[in-house]
Design a protein around this ligand. Structure first.
Ligand code: NAD
Ligand code: ZN
Ligand code: ZN
Length: 346
Protein backbone atom coordinates (compact mmCIF):
# COMPACT_ATOMS: atom_id res chain seq x y z
CA UNK A 1 0.00 0.00 0.00
CA UNK A 2 1.07 3.63 -0.50
CA UNK A 3 2.30 5.66 2.45
CA UNK A 4 4.39 8.72 3.28
CA UNK A 5 7.83 7.57 4.42
CA UNK A 6 10.70 9.44 6.02
CA UNK A 7 13.84 9.26 3.84
CA UNK A 8 16.37 11.60 5.45
CA UNK A 9 16.24 14.88 7.38
CA UNK A 10 14.25 17.32 5.25
CA UNK A 11 12.96 14.69 2.79
CA UNK A 12 9.82 12.54 2.72
CA UNK A 13 8.57 10.35 -0.14
CA UNK A 14 5.46 8.41 -1.01
CA UNK A 15 6.32 4.73 -1.44
CA UNK A 16 4.94 1.19 -1.32
CA UNK A 17 5.03 -0.26 2.18
CA UNK A 18 3.85 -3.55 3.69
CA UNK A 19 0.11 -3.74 4.22
CA UNK A 20 -0.78 -3.39 7.92
CA UNK A 21 -2.27 -6.52 9.52
CA UNK A 22 -4.34 -7.28 12.59
CA UNK A 23 -1.74 -8.15 15.24
CA UNK A 24 -3.97 -8.27 18.32
CA UNK A 25 -7.68 -9.19 18.58
CA UNK A 26 -8.41 -5.62 19.71
CA UNK A 27 -6.91 -4.10 16.53
CA UNK A 28 -8.74 -2.54 13.62
CA UNK A 29 -7.49 -1.69 10.15
CA UNK A 30 -8.82 1.61 8.82
CA UNK A 31 -8.94 2.55 5.13
CA UNK A 32 -7.93 6.21 5.24
CA UNK A 33 -10.17 8.61 3.32
CA UNK A 34 -8.38 11.73 4.53
CA UNK A 35 -5.11 12.37 6.30
CA UNK A 36 -3.32 15.61 7.25
CA UNK A 37 0.06 17.15 8.02
CA UNK A 38 0.50 18.50 11.56
CA UNK A 39 3.04 20.85 13.16
CA UNK A 40 4.34 17.84 15.09
CA UNK A 41 5.26 16.05 11.81
CA UNK A 42 7.75 18.84 11.14
CA UNK A 43 9.75 17.78 14.21
CA UNK A 44 10.27 14.43 12.44
CA UNK A 45 10.92 16.05 9.05
CA UNK A 46 13.77 18.04 10.58
CA UNK A 47 14.98 15.08 12.65
CA UNK A 48 14.38 16.94 15.92
CA UNK A 49 12.52 13.77 16.82
CA UNK A 50 14.04 10.54 15.52
CA UNK A 51 12.62 8.41 12.68
CA UNK A 52 14.51 5.68 10.84
CA UNK A 53 14.66 6.05 7.04
CA UNK A 54 11.70 4.11 5.59
CA UNK A 55 9.41 4.58 8.60
CA UNK A 56 5.91 5.84 7.86
CA UNK A 57 4.52 9.17 9.10
CA UNK A 58 1.37 10.97 10.15
CA UNK A 59 -1.11 10.69 13.02
CA UNK A 60 -4.28 12.39 11.76
CA UNK A 61 -6.86 10.42 9.79
CA UNK A 62 -10.51 9.84 9.04
CA UNK A 63 -11.55 6.69 7.25
CA UNK A 64 -13.74 3.63 7.01
CA UNK A 65 -13.14 0.61 9.21
CA UNK A 66 -11.83 -2.10 6.87
CA UNK A 67 -11.43 -5.08 9.27
CA UNK A 68 -11.60 -5.64 13.00
CA UNK A 69 -10.15 -8.27 15.32
CA UNK A 70 -12.42 -10.65 17.24
CA UNK A 71 -12.12 -8.57 20.43
CA UNK A 72 -13.39 -5.28 18.96
CA UNK A 73 -16.90 -4.42 20.17
CA UNK A 74 -17.74 -0.78 19.48
CA UNK A 75 -16.86 -0.31 15.79
CA UNK A 76 -17.56 -2.50 12.79
CA UNK A 77 -16.42 -2.71 9.17
CA UNK A 78 -17.76 0.09 6.98
CA UNK A 79 -18.16 2.54 9.87
CA UNK A 80 -16.74 6.04 9.37
CA UNK A 81 -14.31 6.90 12.16
CA UNK A 82 -11.71 9.43 13.26
CA UNK A 83 -8.44 8.19 14.72
CA UNK A 84 -6.91 9.30 18.05
CA UNK A 85 -3.42 10.70 17.44
CA UNK A 86 -2.14 9.25 20.71
CA UNK A 87 -2.97 5.60 21.16
CA UNK A 88 -4.01 4.60 24.69
CA UNK A 89 -4.90 1.34 26.42
CA UNK A 90 -8.10 2.72 27.93
CA UNK A 91 -7.77 0.57 31.06
CA UNK A 92 -4.76 1.67 33.14
CA UNK A 93 -4.84 3.90 36.25
CA UNK A 94 -4.32 7.07 34.17
CA UNK A 95 -6.77 6.15 31.39
CA UNK A 96 -9.45 5.43 33.99
CA UNK A 97 -8.97 8.95 35.34
CA UNK A 98 -9.27 10.65 31.95
CA UNK A 99 -5.53 11.27 31.64
CA UNK A 100 -5.01 9.04 28.62
CA UNK A 101 -2.02 11.11 27.49
CA UNK A 102 -0.22 9.64 30.49
CA UNK A 103 -1.29 6.06 29.68
CA UNK A 104 1.07 3.32 30.89
CA UNK A 105 1.18 2.09 27.27
CA UNK A 106 0.96 5.47 25.52
CA UNK A 107 1.90 5.32 21.86
CA UNK A 108 1.67 7.75 18.93
CA UNK A 109 0.90 6.86 15.32
CA UNK A 110 3.69 7.50 12.83
CA UNK A 111 6.26 8.43 15.46
CA UNK A 112 8.77 5.61 14.97
CA UNK A 113 10.35 3.64 17.79
CA UNK A 114 9.83 6.58 20.15
CA UNK A 115 6.04 6.35 19.54
CA UNK A 116 5.81 2.58 19.90
CA UNK A 117 6.62 1.63 16.29
CA UNK A 118 3.07 2.04 14.96
CA UNK A 119 2.61 2.79 11.26
CA UNK A 120 1.68 6.29 10.13
CA UNK A 121 -1.74 7.62 9.17
CA UNK A 122 -0.54 9.34 5.98
CA UNK A 123 -1.23 6.07 4.15
CA UNK A 124 -3.96 4.12 2.41
CA UNK A 125 -4.38 1.79 5.40
CA UNK A 126 -3.46 2.17 9.07
CA UNK A 127 -3.56 -0.27 11.99
CA UNK A 128 -5.23 1.05 15.15
CA UNK A 129 -4.55 -0.86 18.42
CA UNK A 130 -7.33 -0.97 21.06
CA UNK A 131 -9.82 0.13 18.42
CA UNK A 132 -12.69 0.45 20.92
CA UNK A 133 -10.72 3.18 22.69
CA UNK A 134 -8.85 4.85 19.83
CA UNK A 135 -11.54 5.19 17.15
CA UNK A 136 -14.50 7.54 17.40
CA UNK A 137 -17.48 7.11 15.03
CA UNK A 138 -18.20 10.29 13.06
CA UNK A 139 -21.82 11.51 12.99
CA UNK A 140 -23.33 11.57 9.50
CA UNK A 141 -23.69 15.37 9.39
CA UNK A 142 -19.98 16.05 10.01
CA UNK A 143 -17.82 15.84 6.88
CA UNK A 144 -14.34 14.28 6.76
CA UNK A 145 -12.60 17.65 6.49
CA UNK A 146 -14.04 18.79 9.82
CA UNK A 147 -13.95 15.42 11.57
CA UNK A 148 -10.22 14.91 11.03
CA UNK A 149 -9.46 17.85 13.33
CA UNK A 150 -11.23 16.16 16.25
CA UNK A 151 -8.55 13.44 16.42
CA UNK A 152 -5.84 15.96 17.27
CA UNK A 153 -5.62 19.76 17.03
CA UNK A 154 -9.28 20.62 17.65
CA UNK A 155 -9.48 18.48 20.76
CA UNK A 156 -6.09 19.81 21.87
CA UNK A 157 -7.30 23.40 21.55
CA UNK A 158 -10.60 22.57 23.22
CA UNK A 159 -8.84 20.86 26.13
CA UNK A 160 -6.37 23.74 26.63
CA UNK A 161 -9.26 26.21 26.87
CA UNK A 162 -11.08 23.87 29.25
CA UNK A 163 -8.22 23.46 31.74
CA UNK A 164 -7.62 27.23 31.72
CA UNK A 165 -10.80 27.55 33.89
CA UNK A 166 -11.88 30.70 32.03
CA UNK A 167 -14.53 32.63 33.96
CA UNK A 168 -17.06 34.86 32.18
CA UNK A 169 -15.68 38.35 31.63
CA UNK A 170 -12.03 37.38 31.83
CA UNK A 171 -9.51 38.37 29.18
CA UNK A 172 -7.74 35.52 27.40
CA UNK A 173 -4.55 35.99 25.39
CA UNK A 174 -3.26 33.30 23.06
CA UNK A 175 0.37 33.21 21.97
CA UNK A 176 0.48 31.67 18.49
CA UNK A 177 -2.40 31.62 16.02
CA UNK A 178 -1.55 28.50 14.05
CA UNK A 179 -4.21 25.79 13.75
CA UNK A 180 -3.93 24.99 17.47
CA UNK A 181 -4.02 28.65 18.57
CA UNK A 182 -6.97 29.35 16.29
CA UNK A 183 -8.95 26.44 17.74
CA UNK A 184 -7.97 27.49 21.28
CA UNK A 185 -9.44 30.90 20.43
CA UNK A 186 -12.69 29.40 19.15
CA UNK A 187 -12.99 27.16 22.21
CA UNK A 188 -12.06 29.97 24.64
CA UNK A 189 -14.84 32.15 23.21
CA UNK A 190 -17.38 29.51 24.31
CA UNK A 191 -16.48 30.23 27.96
CA UNK A 192 -17.77 33.81 27.79
CA UNK A 193 -14.57 35.85 28.16
CA UNK A 194 -14.70 39.61 27.67
CA UNK A 195 -12.26 39.10 24.81
CA UNK A 196 -9.71 36.77 23.29
CA UNK A 197 -6.49 38.36 22.05
CA UNK A 198 -4.49 36.40 19.47
CA UNK A 199 -0.76 37.17 19.24
CA UNK A 200 1.22 36.02 16.18
CA UNK A 201 3.68 37.36 13.61
CA UNK A 202 2.00 36.10 10.44
CA UNK A 203 -0.73 38.36 8.98
CA UNK A 204 -2.50 35.39 7.37
CA UNK A 205 -2.81 33.52 10.67
CA UNK A 206 -3.95 36.71 12.45
CA UNK A 207 -6.62 37.29 9.81
CA UNK A 208 -8.00 33.78 10.42
CA UNK A 209 -8.00 34.42 14.17
CA UNK A 210 -9.87 37.69 13.66
CA UNK A 211 -12.45 35.85 11.52
CA UNK A 212 -12.89 33.46 14.43
CA UNK A 213 -13.71 36.37 16.74
CA UNK A 214 -10.34 37.14 18.34
CA UNK A 215 -8.61 40.54 18.59
CA UNK A 216 -5.42 40.18 16.48
CA UNK A 217 -2.09 41.56 17.72
CA UNK A 218 0.82 41.43 15.30
CA UNK A 219 3.94 41.00 17.43
CA UNK A 220 6.11 41.86 14.41
CA UNK A 221 4.58 45.34 14.39
CA UNK A 222 4.01 46.20 18.03
CA UNK A 223 5.00 45.09 21.51
CA UNK A 224 2.38 42.51 22.48
CA UNK A 225 2.82 43.22 26.19
CA UNK A 226 1.88 46.86 25.64
CA UNK A 227 -1.05 45.81 23.47
CA UNK A 228 -2.41 43.39 26.11
CA UNK A 229 -1.83 45.79 29.03
CA UNK A 230 -3.67 48.56 27.18
CA UNK A 231 -6.73 46.33 26.90
CA UNK A 232 -6.67 45.09 30.52
CA UNK A 233 -6.37 48.22 32.65
CA UNK A 234 -2.57 47.82 32.79
CA UNK A 235 -2.82 44.41 34.52
CA UNK A 236 -2.28 41.82 31.81
CA UNK A 237 -4.49 38.94 30.68
CA UNK A 238 -6.27 36.76 33.24
CA UNK A 239 -5.46 33.69 31.19
CA UNK A 240 -2.71 33.14 28.63
CA UNK A 241 -2.57 30.05 26.45
CA UNK A 242 0.77 29.33 24.78
CA UNK A 243 0.24 27.49 21.48
CA UNK A 244 3.66 27.65 19.83
CA UNK A 245 6.15 25.49 21.69
CA UNK A 246 9.26 27.73 21.74
CA UNK A 247 11.09 29.39 24.62
CA UNK A 248 10.39 32.81 23.07
CA UNK A 249 6.67 32.07 23.06
CA UNK A 250 6.71 30.78 26.64
CA UNK A 251 8.51 33.92 27.75
CA UNK A 252 5.96 36.01 25.88
CA UNK A 253 3.17 34.22 27.70
CA UNK A 254 4.74 35.15 31.06
CA UNK A 255 5.08 38.75 29.85
CA UNK A 256 1.40 39.22 29.08
CA UNK A 257 -0.24 37.39 32.02
CA UNK A 258 -1.45 39.42 35.01
CA UNK A 259 -0.36 38.79 38.60
CA UNK A 260 -2.30 35.81 39.90
CA UNK A 261 -3.21 34.78 36.36
CA UNK A 262 -3.09 31.38 34.66
CA UNK A 263 -0.72 30.25 31.91
CA UNK A 264 -1.67 27.10 30.01
CA UNK A 265 1.01 25.52 27.81
CA UNK A 266 -0.27 23.41 24.91
CA UNK A 267 2.80 23.94 22.67
CA UNK A 268 5.10 20.91 22.66
CA UNK A 269 8.51 20.90 24.34
CA UNK A 270 11.29 18.33 24.32
CA UNK A 271 14.78 19.14 25.62
CA UNK A 272 14.43 22.93 26.07
CA UNK A 273 15.66 24.40 29.36
CA UNK A 274 14.07 27.57 30.74
CA UNK A 275 15.60 29.67 33.54
CA UNK A 276 12.83 30.54 35.99
CA UNK A 277 13.36 33.08 38.74
CA UNK A 278 11.15 31.33 41.27
CA UNK A 279 10.88 34.37 43.53
CA UNK A 280 9.25 36.27 40.69
CA UNK A 281 6.85 33.47 39.86
CA UNK A 282 6.06 33.04 43.54
CA UNK A 283 5.53 36.75 44.20
CA UNK A 284 3.35 37.01 41.08
CA UNK A 285 1.34 33.98 42.28
CA UNK A 286 1.54 32.46 38.82
CA UNK A 287 -0.42 29.35 38.00
CA UNK A 288 1.32 27.54 35.14
CA UNK A 289 -0.41 24.45 33.71
CA UNK A 290 1.00 22.08 31.10
CA UNK A 291 -1.45 20.07 29.02
CA UNK A 292 1.04 17.41 28.00
CA UNK A 293 -0.35 15.68 24.93
CA UNK A 294 -4.09 16.13 24.73
CA UNK A 295 -5.98 13.36 26.58
CA UNK A 296 -8.04 13.15 23.41
CA UNK A 297 -10.15 10.15 24.47
CA UNK A 298 -11.80 12.06 27.29
CA UNK A 299 -12.31 15.20 25.22
CA UNK A 300 -13.22 14.23 21.66
CA UNK A 301 -16.91 13.44 22.19
CA UNK A 302 -17.53 16.92 23.59
CA UNK A 303 -15.35 18.44 20.87
CA UNK A 304 -17.28 16.56 18.16
CA UNK A 305 -20.55 17.87 19.61
CA UNK A 306 -19.28 21.46 19.37
CA UNK A 307 -18.40 20.86 15.71
CA UNK A 308 -21.84 19.32 15.06
CA UNK A 309 -23.49 22.38 16.59
CA UNK A 310 -21.29 24.68 14.50
CA UNK A 311 -19.87 26.36 17.62
CA UNK A 312 -16.32 25.42 16.56
CA UNK A 313 -15.46 25.25 12.87
CA UNK A 314 -12.01 24.10 11.78
CA UNK A 315 -12.76 24.27 8.04
CA UNK A 316 -11.43 27.83 7.45
CA UNK A 317 -8.00 26.55 8.53
CA UNK A 318 -7.74 24.19 5.55
CA UNK A 319 -5.56 25.88 2.94
CA UNK A 320 -4.50 22.94 0.75
CA UNK A 321 -6.22 19.76 -0.43
CA UNK A 322 -3.70 17.44 -2.09
CA UNK A 323 -3.54 13.81 -3.15
CA UNK A 324 -1.44 11.51 -0.95
CA UNK A 325 1.12 11.29 -3.79
CA UNK A 326 1.67 15.06 -3.47
CA UNK A 327 2.62 14.78 0.22
CA UNK A 328 6.26 15.93 -0.30
CA UNK A 329 4.94 19.18 -1.80
CA UNK A 330 2.49 19.49 1.11
CA UNK A 331 5.33 19.13 3.61
CA UNK A 332 7.31 21.85 1.81
CA UNK A 333 4.41 24.29 1.76
CA UNK A 334 3.57 23.67 5.41
CA UNK A 335 7.20 23.89 6.47
CA UNK A 336 7.49 27.31 4.78
CA UNK A 337 4.25 28.41 6.55
CA UNK A 338 2.65 28.91 3.12
CA UNK A 339 -0.05 26.47 4.15
CA UNK A 340 -2.10 26.64 7.34
CA UNK A 341 -3.40 23.06 7.10
CA UNK A 342 -2.67 20.52 4.38
CA UNK A 343 -5.12 17.66 3.84
CA UNK A 344 -3.96 14.54 1.95
CA UNK A 345 -6.46 12.28 0.16
CA UNK A 346 -5.16 8.77 -0.65
P1 NAD B 1 2.14 26.10 13.76
O1 NAD B 1 3.61 26.02 13.66
O2 NAD B 1 1.32 25.98 12.52
O3 NAD B 1 1.69 27.46 14.51
C1 NAD B 1 2.49 28.18 15.39
C2 NAD B 1 2.19 29.67 15.21
O4 NAD B 1 2.93 30.40 16.18
C3 NAD B 1 2.59 30.22 13.85
O5 NAD B 1 1.48 30.88 13.27
C4 NAD B 1 3.74 31.18 14.18
O6 NAD B 1 3.77 32.31 13.31
C5 NAD B 1 3.44 31.59 15.60
N1 NAD B 1 4.62 31.99 16.40
C6 NAD B 1 5.87 31.51 16.37
N2 NAD B 1 6.64 32.10 17.31
C7 NAD B 1 5.84 33.00 17.95
C8 NAD B 1 6.05 33.93 19.02
N3 NAD B 1 7.26 34.03 19.64
N4 NAD B 1 5.02 34.70 19.42
C9 NAD B 1 3.79 34.58 18.83
N5 NAD B 1 3.55 33.72 17.80
C10 NAD B 1 4.55 32.94 17.38
O7 NAD B 1 1.75 24.94 14.77
P2 NAD B 1 0.32 24.36 15.27
O8 NAD B 1 -0.04 23.17 14.44
O9 NAD B 1 -0.68 25.46 15.45
O10 NAD B 1 0.79 23.80 16.70
C11 NAD B 1 1.23 24.70 17.70
C12 NAD B 1 1.94 23.94 18.81
O11 NAD B 1 1.02 23.05 19.44
C13 NAD B 1 3.11 23.06 18.34
O12 NAD B 1 4.11 23.06 19.33
C14 NAD B 1 2.47 21.69 18.25
O13 NAD B 1 3.43 20.65 18.30
C15 NAD B 1 1.60 21.76 19.49
N6 NAD B 1 0.52 20.75 19.58
C16 NAD B 1 0.26 20.26 20.82
C17 NAD B 1 -0.70 19.29 21.00
C18 NAD B 1 -0.96 18.71 22.35
O14 NAD B 1 -1.57 17.65 22.42
N7 NAD B 1 -0.53 19.35 23.42
C19 NAD B 1 -1.44 18.82 19.90
C20 NAD B 1 -1.16 19.35 18.64
C21 NAD B 1 -0.19 20.32 18.49
ZN1 ZN C 1 -0.71 16.53 15.44
ZN1 ZN D 1 -3.83 3.47 29.62
Amino acid sequence: VRAVVFREPGRVEVDDVREPELVDPRDAIVRVSLSAICGSDLHFLHAKAPLEPGETMGHEAVGLVERVGAGVKSVSPGERVVVAFNIACGACWFCERGQSQLCEEARVLGAGLFGGSLGGAQAELVRIPNADVNLLPVPRDIDDERAIFVGDVLSSGYHAAEIASIRPGETVAIVGAGPVGNLVAQAALLHGPSEVIAIDLEPGRLALAADAGAVPVNAAQRNPQTAVFERTGGRGADVVIEAVGTLAAFERALDVVRRGGRVVVVGVYASEVFPAQLGVWWARALDVRFTGLCPVHGVWRRAMTEVARGRIDPLPLVSHRLGLEEAPKGYELFDRREASKVLLRP
